[in-house]
Design a protein around this ligand. Structure first.
Ligand code: UDP
Ligand code: MN
Length: 389
């Protein structure tokens, strides 16, 4: 949907002087301005003919009437001086509809809410690079799945187009900032994880973050603090923890660091109960590990730094540019593709590009005294990891 800019002086004029009704995708002033125009022209016409009659009768009161007429004419000219009738009535035709993204730097309204009984709207944020085949399956599937639950939603593909290593966390921060402010909760959603059990609800998470891809249901990851894959969170909770760290370039740990943020903010994490579909049939994980290799390279002092809680970076410090924004439809499911160029501060995270330094060479000394700042417990991999994907 496109909107008129309400900060445009012409639109303000229309907002002050006429109520709006919506027609199709654009807002139009109602008939009130046309009615006002009629009243004013009739008034002028009436006054003109009265004066002509008075002059024809050559009565002494003529001068008085003429003075009165001049006064009324003066008022007439004065009143519309800030807002001519013509201006008002052209409100609907003069404005350039703007794409919602140019308003406050946010998408304002992308879709309507097709399910009026659902008072909420979900922005499904999909961090993405080079996963076209997965997207072809994911988009129609999730669109149908959410429609079946009568959930207002919109899909955002946050496509990383720079030459740096993939940064899932920063892309989610960007998705949050660029998605519609009419969406009051987000899903941090992997493109290769398809919910298969209709009992998996994508309800507005009133009480706190809701981890759909729970460890007892996820096909691959089963450790108790796991919150990756699919997580629903209210906008205000995401903002409260300053989103995700921007220090995680390459695969892994950004979700564990986010877990530490939620815990520190005393946000309880909710999960689905036991489902009979278990780890095998609750989700479909479209991930062939030979074809979609995880980028597990570590360089500079990445390993040391990313084992710890990040108190420096997050939603408020993510640096990026939206190169372009494209609306597409895949088999009837509308989605917004944001082509995003992430920026990397090479002094803080030189490991955003490991082409020069493969291996784990400590570069800058970091003083991590607090043991509670360590975010990765040593896992019993056999117990907490399935061979899926
Ligand atoms: N992803 C992507 N391109 C990449 C790496 C990751 O689009 O090169 C996105 C994609 O949404 C994927 C998610 O990041 O589902 C998580 O990555 P991956 O599937 O490799 O991690 P897993 O959870 O399977 O270990
Ligand atoms: Mn995967």
């Amino acid at each position: 949907m496109s909107l008129y800019r309400q900060d445009d002086p012409n639109v303000r004029k229309c907002l002050r002087h006429g109520s709006f009704h919506s027609k199709g995708n654009i807002l139009l002033p109602s008939n009130t301005c046309r009615n006002l125009h009629h009243v004013k022209s009739s008034l002028a016409w009436e006054m003109g003919s009265t004066l002509a009659t008075m002059l024809r009768m050559r009565r002494p009161t003529t001068v008085l009437w003429s003075l009165g007429f001049c006064f009324l004419l003066f008022l007439y000219v004065l009143f519309p001086s800030t807002n001519t009738v013509a201006d008002q009535c052209e409100c609907h035709s003069n404005q350039n509809p703007v794409t919602a993204n140019s308003f406050f730097g946010h998408s304002l309204v992308e879709d309507s809410k097709p399910f009026p009984n659902d008072k909420h709207k979900l922005a499904v944020l999909i961090p993405f690079r080079d996963r076209f085949e997965e997207l072809m399956e994911f988009a129609p599937h999730i669109h149908k799945f959410l429609n079946a639950q009568h959930k207002n939603h919109h899909l955002y593909i946050i496509n990383q187009v720079d030459n740096l290593r993939f940064n899932r966390a920063s892309l989610l921060n960007v998705g949050f900032l660029e998605s519609g402010i009419d969406c009051d909760y987000i899903a941090m959603h992997d493109v290769d994880l398809l919910p298969m059990n209709a009992a998996l609800t994508y309800e507005f998470p009133y009480d706190g973050p809701y981890h759909v891809a729970a460890p007892h249901l996820h096909p691959r990851y089963h450790y108790p603090t796991f919150i990756g894959g699919i997580l629903l969170i209210r906008r205000e909770h995401f903002r409260k923890v300053d989103g995700l760290s921007n220090k995680y370039w390459g695969w892994g740990l950004e979700d564990d660091e986010f877990y530490a943020r939620l815990k520190e903010a005393k946000l309880d994490i909710f999960r689905p109960g036991n489902l009979t579909s278990g780890t095998k049939h609750t989700f479909r994980h479209i991930h062939d590990r030979q074809i979609r290799r995880r980028d597990m390279i570590k360089c500079y002092n990445q390993q040391e730094i990313t084992r710890h809680r990040d108190r420096q970076t997050g939603l408020s410090s993510v640096r990026y540019q939206v190169q372009s924004k494209i609306e597409i439809t895949i088999q009837g499911s509308p989605l917004t593709v944001l082509n995003v160029v992430l920026e990397c501060d090479r002094f803080v995270t030189p490991w955003c590009d490991c082409t020069e330094n493969i291996g784990n060479t400590p570069k800058t000394p970091h003083d991590f005294k607090k043991t509670e700042d360590v975010i990765v417990p040593k896992l019993n991999r056999k117990k907490h990891l399935s061979q899926d994907g």
